[in-house]
Structure formats: C-alpha cells, structure tokens
Design a binder for this molecule. Sequence first.
Ligand SMILES: *[C@@H]1O[C@H](CO)[C@@H](O)[C@H](O)[C@H]1NC(C)=O
Ligand SMILES: *[C@@H]1O[C@H](CO)[C@@H](O)[C@H](O)[C@H]1NC(C)=O
Ligand SMILES: *[C@@H]1O[C@H](CO)[C@@H](O)[C@H](O)[C@H]1NC(C)=O
Ligand SMILES: *[C@@H]1O[C@H](CO)[C@@H](O)[C@H](O)[C@H]1NC(C)=O
Length: 512
Amino acid sequence: MIQQQTLLTRQVVVILLLLALISSLISAASLANTNIPFPKDFRFGAATAAYQIEGAYKEDGRGLSIWDTWSHIPGKIYNNQTGDIADDHYHKVKEDIALMKSLGVKNYRMSISWPRILPTGLLKHGINQKGIDYYNMEINELVRNGINVAVTLYHWDLPQYLQDTYGGWLNSKETVQAFRDFSDICFAHFGDRVKDWITFNEPFITSVLGHGCNDWAPGLGCGSSPAGNSSNMPYMAAHSQLLAHAHAVKVYRDKYQQDQQGRIGITLNSNFYYPLTNTKEDYEACERALLFGFGWFADPVFFGDYPQVMKDFVEGNRLPLFTEQEKRLLKGSVDFIGLNHYTSNYIGNRKSPLPPVNQRTFNDDQRTEGSSYKNGVPIGPKAESDWLFVYPPGIRSMLNWIQKRYNPQMIYVTENGVDAPGESSMPISQALNDTFRVNYLHDYLTEVSNAVMQDGVNVKAYFVWSMMDNFEWTNGYSCRFGVVFVDYNSPNLTRYVKNSAKWYSELVKPYN
Ligand SMILES: *[C@@H]1O[C@H](CO)[C@@H](O)[C@H](O)[C@H]1NC(C)=O
Ligand SMILES: *[C@@H]1O[C@H](CO)[C@@H](O)[C@H](O)[C@H]1NC(C)=O
Ligand SMILES: *[C@@H]1O[C@H](CO)[C@@H](O)[C@H](O)[C@H]1NC(C)=O
Ligand SMILES: *[C@@H]1O[C@H](CO)[C@@H](O)[C@H](O)[C@H]1NC(C)=O
C-alpha cells in the first residue's frame, strides 16, 4: 500500500516534470516560431537612414544638413549627441553589407544624403562626384551580394543652404525645384540598379514636428515670424513636400521608368486609433485622426486633393490650395504606398474649447484628444520610448484601413520595430538576448500575415526598423531599434548580432 503510494507519487512527479519540460520546450518554440505564412514572392528586408548611420558628416565634400545644425545646438538632442560619427557606416559600409548578407537580408531600404550629392542642395552649384562615387560603390556592393536596394530620397536631411536661402519646405518654389533636380540626378546615376524609390519619409513628421514648434529640425513654428507660426507652417511644409513628391514622380515616369523598370512611392507614418469611449463622436474622432495624419498625404497622392474633413476643419485659409494642374500631377502619383507603423493609441473627441483660428495648431484643428491609456490601463506593454506601446492588432487594422480607402496595388511596410525597455543600460550580453523585440516582431508579423493571407490586403514587402542601432533623432543614442547591436563604447563601434536578427534571419529564409 505504502509502496504503491510512493510509486504513484513518483509517477506523478515524473509526469509533472515531463509536463514542465514539454511546456518550456513549447514556450521556447513559440518564442522562436518563425513559421508565419506569407506569399512566396513576399519581400523581407531591413531599413536605415543616412543621417542616422553614416557619420562622416564633413567628409568628401558633403554639405551640412538641417540635422547637422540642429544636433549641434546644445540642449536639442539627448546628452547633446550628434550624428557626426553615428555608426560610422560611411567607413564600415562593406563590413555592414557582409553582415546583412550573412543574415540573409535580401532587401535593404537606405536613404541618400542630399547634401552628399549636392552640398548646397542646388544643381547649379555643382554635383559632388565623391558623393556619387560613394553611393555607386555602396549600391554595387549590395547588388554584388544579392541584396535588392530601395532608396529613400528625403529622409529629413535637407541641405542647410536651402533652409537658409529659401526657407526650406516653407518655400514651395525653389525647394521643390531643387528636390526635383536632386531626384533626377539620383535616378540618372543609380536608377539602373535601384528598383524601389521612396520620395519622402514621413512628411508628417517634417511638417508637424519640424514646423509646429516641436523641437525637431529645422525647429520652426515657435512664436511669430513674417513667414508665420505653428498655425500655418505645418500646412505649408506639407504642401511643398507633396508638390516636390509629385514633380519627382513625374521626372521618374517621363524619363526613366520605362528603361529602368522600377517603382516609385512615398512613405507615410501612422498609428492606428481606437475610440476612448464607445460613442459615435469618439469613433468619428479616430477616423478624423487617420485622415489628418495619413490622409493628409495619402489623399493627395491617390485622389489629387486633401481630405474633405481637413478642408472643413482647418479654418481661416491655413490649408493651402492645389491648382487644377497640381491636382492632376498628384493624383495617382504612387506605384506603392509605404507605411511606417509602430504603435496604436486611444482617441476621443476633443472636449476643451478651441483657441481663436489664427492661434490654432495642427493638433487643435483635428479636434481630438489622444492617450495610450484608457481608465489608467495602457493599450499594451510599454517599450523603451514613451510613445511606443505594443499593440499588434493595430497594424492589421491600419493595413485594412489603407486597402479599403485607397485600394492600392502595393503596400510596403517600410518601417516596423521596437526599442526594448532598458536595452541601452544593459550589459551587451543581456541586450543581445532581446526577447522583447523577438516577441514584438513575431506578433506584428503575424498580424501583417493575417492582413495579407486572410483579409487580402496587398502588402508586398516588409522592412524591419532597423538594420542596426543608430542615432534616433532627438533621442540620440539613448534608445536602440536595431536587430544588430552597435557598441558605442568600443573605439571601432563593434557590431553584435542580437537574437532578433537571428530570429528574423530564420523567418526570411524561405523567401530568399
Ligand atoms: C549640453 O550642452 C549645454 C551647453 O554647453 C550644457 O549646459 C549641458 O550641460 C550639456 N548637456 C549634457 C548632458 O552634456
Ligand atoms: C500666425 O501667422 C499667420 C500668418 O502670418 C497670421 O495670420 C496669424 O495672425 C499668426 N498668429 C499669431 C498668433 O501670431
Ligand atoms: C533571455 O531572456 C529571456 C526573457 O527575458 C530569459 O527567460 C532567458 O533566460 C534569457 N536567456 C539567456 C541566455 O540569458
Ligand atoms: C573591434 O574591436 C573589438 C574589441 O577591441 C575587436 O574584438 C574587433 O575584432 C574589432 N573589429 C574590427 C572590425 O576591427
């Protein structure tokens, strides 16, 4: 009897141990699960931007950009950090491409620094041949290693001369013409090998953060100047970028596309929004936030004009008008639409009274109130960045919203990723075990897969942000979005592969 009991107890213990082992194996397997269904021709890649990784800011004839100027103003960037050296990618480009190849990354989204090609931004002052040589070398190296190249033409590094001389994006004539020339040069020199062109990265950020008194280069919109203030400047900056986009696309289509057989589009950023309360007003506020954010740029490039709700809500003639010719130029000016998406939040209808029309900001005009919390509960786990909460279903809803409103032939997720909490202050060995990022990518990619495989959304490509840790704008090097770790304390900025890169490398294998 006693013996039997002991035996039974032993069996129970053995079974429990086995169960524990199996469940730990299952959880390890689900953590590492890379078996997420995508169409066979789906393209996976990684993304970066010139100012965030290149460094070499004064080398080989490069001119200064508004981000060089801004990052050198004390107090603007975390710990007064700059992109002067960044990841020193300019000198380590071959090493970095070899690393990409070893990880099986077959698509790379990079940006071309405008002031490296045109130091003042203007063609009439001459092309910097060393800049052309550098990007030729980089693109050739990528192609030689079997990596497809997608290029962003404007990832926020406006030549400082254009800012000083013409007011940058506040000027819709000279700066637009200058961008058109710059684009033409890039298509002519690199377009035989570059198959995807992205005219602008997140023009929303340039407009609202750069021109709405939000401490982002070029830092305009504070107080009042003859050119205006935060009440009108964001709309002016957006308008110029849209026109510049449309002109660059026309150049590409008229002169290059037929021979080069590439595609051209624009990259827009948006969170997805969920109503704060279950009221009609809050649902409408969510839709309005999507139209003020994404639709501000997507409506013009698909339909030829701003969303009606913006025309209605931006009172006092602050929303510029397109001429009929400009509308025709804009309408249909993308072969694909790029989406940068990281997080979702709650939105409600605005309750506080509005200021007088001439003092209203972009945020006032939307008449919404946002929060990452509802009844004190966050929408999902918080990442390192204060604005980034993990909510995977948001990307599926966002992609469906885009498909429904615009019915695009091709959507590329041009950025998606996360900074893991505490990653910057951990010992390297611990930071490389980035389970938080692996889970984020797994869960967001599962929702992208659902959008494609179940909902029929035309997503054709996905680029993780970022290939490696880098200069994260006003946050400097204090947060890390890379799947590759960069040791900023080592003299040669040594790169280390994080677990997320290994995981991603497994995921992309069947598509290579
Ligand atoms: C940034 O620069 C300003 C001005 O030189 C200085 O007062 C401040 O202490 C610096 N901040 C850091 C974190 O070094
Ligand atoms: C902002 O600038 C616009 C355009 O110059 C002007 O009409 C408006 O009065 C200004 N608002 C304030 C509060 O200065
Ligand atoms: C990696 O991180 C996970 C979760 O944070 C932890 O459970 C695991 O023990 C870590 N692995 C190593 C080798 O440190
Ligand atoms: C960089 O420095 C580290 C540590 O000193 C060394 O282990 C590594 O090999 C170096 N890498 C290169 C590419 O020089």
